[in-house]
Design a protein around this ligand. Sequence first.
Ligand SMILES: [Zn+2]
Length: 248
Amino acid sequence: MQVTFVGTGDAFGSGGRAHTCLRLDHGGRALMIDFGAGSIIGWRRLGFSFNQIDGLLITHLHGDHFGGLPFLLLEAQFVDPRDKPLPIYGPPGLRSRLAMAMEAFFPGTTGIKWRFPWEIHEIAPPSRETIAGFDVRTMEVVHASGAPATAVRVQAGGKTFAFSGDTAWTDALLDVSADADLMVCECHSMAPKAPGHMDWPRLRENLPRIGARRLMITHMGPEVLANLDTIRAESGLDAAYDGLVVEI
Ligand SMILES: [Zn+2]
């Protein structure tokens, strides 16, 4: 499985990074996880086409994780025309929140005749689905977003990828990451600060409990970005960055 980090920024684009977006490729099919309002910049930078995407999974309903969907859908309608179906999976509430975002950003677009079929699948955690050939499990985490927020565990070709989504520490992350080949965990601050987000001391104290073979951090705020050398020295952990490709 190939993991491409399209966007590794926090909600405010700290460090000039694009909003959260991951692309997983396996067996000629591609699954995209999250697509924030500013993810399309990272997507363009990598020269990707939405026609390459076979399925889409949204971890939670915050603008920096799903707010780019109106742009993606309109791009596939008008700019780089798509004709194959696009299944979009996400937490309960995705359908109405996406409709609100589309009408707020581009009024009238919920009523247009689409040139490609796309459909919303609202999946309540814990759930297990096959999306674009990937075995996907979601588990609820601790992050208020007006709907359940999830971490995800994705398996294909005998490999396992885990992603925390946005969350404060929860033992659900132990289940999500057990024996994973790669776990990507958010780490937003150097001290407890923003509710519903991970801070480095909390993640560091739980590192011995995490069963993933490799762990990387993402969604870093400015303090974490300024302390990446310290984090590496304390733990050996790497931070993801926009454009990074990892084979697992
Ligand atoms: Zn969030």
